[in-house]
Write a protein that binds this ligand. Structure first.
Ligand SMILES: [Fe+2]
Length: 219
């Protein structure tokens, strides 16, 4: 969804009502949105813009998640974004923000493993440490995707473009996570430079085989 939960003016009532109607009609298994904002009261963008991870933003974002969950009468999942900058006035890191958000609102997480690779590659830290800070019981769905890499004088810049196969690092992290915590619903995201159907399905089949390999241990 694109409710822009982190916008300072909060989510727009009309959009929430339309989402409620959509959920009533199709009864989706899961509803999710991003830990981000996409504009203000007057302008909305397609971009998922980064939030400051402050106590004030946590109060604000949790209130928006509460509004959505109360209106829909269901738990929603919040997806970790790809980040290209961090705010100097952050009070906590992203995993701490997510943990406190889950505890306050009862929401779940949509864990985008490629986004973790992109964010930690751009901002520092390791994807392994990030994943170790996530309680697997919070995770309702996993996303996998490819990303682009630009080489600059200052170092590599990782861009979450969903335009290539899932990278080896993301596959390894995914395999380890599923082996340790059991199967989770998984989506391959590939929405630019979309390949032929067989190539796309091979990616889905690869994820499916990892899920099946590990299903017996958690049955
Ligand atoms: Fe995603």
């Amino acid at each position: 969804m694109g409710l822009s939960l982190g916008s300072a003016n909060g989510l727009i009532d009309d959009q929430l009502e339309k989402l409620a109607q959509l959920c009533d009609r199709y009864q989706p298994a899961m509803v999710s949105d991003h830990l981000s904002f996409s504009g203000n009261a007057h302008d909305r963008f397609a971009d998922l813009l980064p939030l400051p991870y402050t106590n004030a933003m946590l109060d604000h974002f949790a209130a928006q998640v509460d509004r959505v969950q109360q209106r829909l009468g269901r738990r929603m999942l919040i997806e970790n974004p790809s980040c290209y900058l961090a705010y100097a006035h952050n009070d906590m890191d992203e995993t701490a923000f997510l943990a406190r958000l889950v505890k306050r609102t009862g929401c779940g997480l949509l864990l985008d493993i490629n986004n973790i690779v992109v964010t930690t590659g751009n901002l520092g830290g390791t994807a392994q440490d990030y994943l170790a800070a996530i309680d697997p019981d919070w995770v309702g769905e996993i996303h996998l995707a490819g990303h682009a890499t630009e080489i600059h004088d200052s170092g590599p810049l990782y861009i979450d473009d969903h335009g290539s196969p899932v990278g080896d690092i993301a596959w390894d992290l995914y395999r380890d996570f599923i082996a340790a915590h059991g199967p989770k619903p998984t989506l391959i995201e590939w929405d630019t430079e979309v390949p032929d159907y067989a190539t796309l399905m091979a990616e889905a089949d690869k994820a499916q085989s990892i899920l099946v390999e590990n299903s017996h241990a958690f049955a």
